[in-house]
Design a protein around this ligand. Structure first.
Ligand SMILES: [Zn+2]
Length: 226
């Protein structure tokens, strides 16, 4: 009764279709949960996804839960997650994808989940990192720990004495770098991000992880752009 009254006074909306959520529905309505485009059911999207890393960094596997189309439901949900504070959307999609991955035994293939970091300043402005939300949801379903303490983004100042002037200039640009490498050595990592577009960001992260001794990198994203 109380919930019914609350729903009447303060209707909650589906982040994918903007329709009113019924009681018992959270974040994304039941219809959208069925209709939202899944990459696994689309061979062309799967193929396009694999091509993004072909001949580039060596990754053990590459998975994107949903397929992103301009103006579509996935774009709406990602916008809500990234720009409107709907962290619960990232967690929901992470739990959902994680449950399916666990069914296929993926939890046996990885040791730690690492989200693609934001620059500290950007994260402060937004208040959170959308990839952390996805990592948290995946972690819950897969029962594998996630951490932000290994991969970082920012101005990483290495020892500069042996570098040329150009190398020194490059060295102060924003980069992905690894902290606590002892926690990475020999590990199989699931590197996670919200959306894979060109793959350049993920590639830079893969390089940083591999240079610091991780054994394997699997990539998981919420969506792939077609
Ligand atoms: Zn909906």
């Amino acid at each position: 009764m109380f919930h019914a009254l609350l729903d009447l006074l303060f209707p909650r909306y589906c982040l994918a279709c903007y329709g009113v959520l019924n009681r018992g529905e959270e974040t994304i309505c039941t219809t959208c949960r069925y209709e939202i485009p899944r990459t696994i059911t689309q061979p062309a999207a799967q193929e396009a996804l694999q091509q993004k890393f072909y001949g580039r960094s060596e990754v053990a596997s590459l998975g994107a839960f949903l397929t992103f189309t301009k103006g579509g439901k996935v774009q709406r949900v990602l916008r809500a997650l990234k720009y409107k504070g709907h962290q619960e959307a990232g967690e929901l999609l992470g739990r959902w994808y994680g449950a399916e991955l666990k069914e296929s035994g993926f939890d046996q293939a990885i040791d730690v989940i690492i989200p693609v970091p934001l620059h500290r300043k950007r994260q402060k402005e937004r208040g959170y990192n959308q990839s952390d939300c996805f990592a948290k949801g995946l972690s819950e379903s897969l029962e594998i720990a996630w951490t932000t303490e290994i991969l970082r983004k920012g101005k990483h100042v290495k020892s500069q004495t042996s570098m040329s002037r150009i190398q020194r200039m490059e060295n102060v640009q924003d980069v992905f770098f690894v902290e606590n490498p002892d926690r990475l050595v020999g590990k199989r990592v699931a590197l996670v991000d919200d959306v894979i577009t060109t793959g350049a960001t993920l590639e830079a992260c893969v390089e940083a992880l591999k240079q610091n001794g991780c054994r394997e990198v699997h990539i998981l994203t919420i969506a792939t752009a077609t």
